[in-house]
Design a protein around this ligand. Structure first.
Ligand code: GUN
Ligand code: FE
Length: 455
């Protein structure tokens, strides 16, 4: 007799591939003790009724109410956890000024563990409430409060990948906010990696240490090289910013005579477990290098609208075989919601592909191969993020973690415009993506455990 830790009966939407949405009407999702989806059973299958009856008798069964739908939890590939404290502010100045005037003074305050706990607990809860079940975080330069963020993810049940940020170059970083020296930066990073790996032993959903040079301008060559070696030695994920803005991209060209992608590669920082945020100034050679090394782009469409001075042709890089997921870039992006970022990904791509500059001739409109559909943006927010991290998350399919959000389209005050039973399910899906708000996310599950509910 099959006995599952829990079985959910309901209609789910999940990405089969970049462009294909699997619509699983009234399926059974059988979750085992490890929090993994062991079977997905379609109505009409031989054992559908038997398993449903057995699970119902054992009390480990949940049938979704009318108007409720299952989506995979979101994977946010780029969050600056400390910047939650300034979300929505100071977005009208260029990146370089924003970092020095607002961001570095704020991040320096995370030496204070009390302040760090207040902000980090609030952030992790807010992300879960927005359906984000896996997050790739930049913390700060501080080893202790970065570890605290990992502990908070572990305690709240979120799958967190966390980096202690490295900024060791005394020429480029303010004295009040940088690593003491290169040796300390590398020692702290290694100690942090080991501490998170110990913590991971008791976190069912997984917490992971991430090697995190902030971006090339903040690091010495020696630190970049040492970080590449630490990532290889401990088999960790790697994250950084790559070719984000005119200024950052130009700085790396001046220093190394090449683009960020090739400079990062020289230091061993582009691997199958690397995620590079932004990447707005990638060219064809850079993209080919990403595809060859398995490096993913963390696409941050809201942030890019403010800081990047560009729109990235994401569809083209997907066509070239580059892995891509979605990132909020809190607080360069103001919204903790990947619903919001998915919407912006589509809108930005449409403006890039079809946009007209009235000052230019009509023949010079738009950039071909740029357009994303909302189905593709959903893929980026879920399965694309899981593939970028090389983790079995982001799909409601056999072998994947039970990371799910239950979205209710009937919530009073946040009801979606769905009338009658006959609406095609793909239309329901698109309405959920464009119109749902946090109020519609009734429950969130990570690795088989309920981590958020809204009554
Ligand atoms: N480049 C280096 N640091 C940052 C940061 O905190 N946010 C963004 N958007 N870009 C960066
Ligand atoms: Fe960023």
């Amino acid at each position: 007799m099959d006995k599952y830790a829990s079985v959910f009966q309901g209609t789910a939407f999940t990405s089969k591939s970049r462009r294909e949405i699997d619509i699983l009407r009234d399926h059974l999702f059988c979750v085992n003790d490890a929090g993994v989806i062991e079977r997905v059973i379609a109505p009409g299958a031989a054992d559908y009724e038997r398993i449903r009856a057995e699970q119902e008798a054992s009390g480990r069964f949940r049938r979704l109410a009318p108007g409720q739908y299952l989506l995979p939890g979101f994977v946010d590939l780029h969050v600056h956890a400390p910047q939650w404290a300034q979300s929505g502010t100071a977005l009208d100045i260029p990146l370089y000024d924003w970092l020095n005037t607002y961001t570095f003074p704020l991040e320096a305050r995370f030496a204070d563990l009390g302040f760090a706990r207040t902000v980090y607990e609030d952030l992790v809860s807010a992300l879960l409430a927005n359906g984000t079940t896996t997050a790739l975080y930049f913390a700060t330069i501080h080893k202790e409060s970065s570890l605290l963020l990992a502990e908070i993810c572990a305690a709240k049940g979120q799958r967190g990948l966390i980096g202690k940020v490295v900024m060791d170059d005394p020429e480029q970083n303010p004295d009040y906010y940088r690593d003491a020296d290169t040796k300390t930066a590398l020692e702290d990073t290694e100690a942090f990696i080991l501490a998170v790996k110990r913590l991971a032993e008791s976190a069912k959903q997984g917490v992971y240490p991430v090697v995190t040079p902030r971006f090339i301008p903040s690091c010495t060559d020696e630190a970049l090289k040492g970080l590449g070696e630490l990532a290889a030695k401990h088999d960790t994920h790697i994250q950084s910013h790559c070719s984000e803005s005119d200024w950052a991209h130009g700085y790396v060209k001046d220093r190394f005579g090449k683009h960020d992608a090739f400079a990062l590669h020289d230091f061993g920082l582009l691997t199958d477990k690397s995620v590079m945020a932004h990447c707005n100034f990638l060219d064809e050679d850079d993209a080919a290098l990403f595809a060859r090394t398995g490096t993913a782009i963390g696409h941050c469409p809201i942030s890019n609208a403010y800081f990047a001075n560009s729109v990235i042709p994401i569809a083209r890089w997907l066509d070239r075989g580059v892995e891509v997921g979605l990132g909020s870039d809190l607080s360069g992006g103001f919204s903790p919601s990947l619903f919001d970022n998915a919407r912006q990904a589509v809108m930005s791509s449409r403006m890039l592909e079809d946009g007209v500059n009235p000052a230019l001739p009509a023949s010079e409109r738009g950039v071909p191969e740029s357009r994303l559909t909302i189905d593709e943006a959903f893929y980026l927010a879920t399965a694309g993020g899981g593939e970028s991290l090389s983790l079995p998350v982001g799909r409601l399919a056999e072998g994947y973690a039970w990371d799910a959000q239950i979205v209710d389209v009937t919530v009073p005050g946040a009801k979606l415009p769905i009338f009658g039973e006959e609406e095609p399910l793909h239309d329901v899906f698109q309405k959920i993506l464009y119109l749902s708000r946090p109020e519609n996310i009734r429950e969130v599950w990570v690795q088989g455990e309920k981590v958020h509910s809204r009554s």
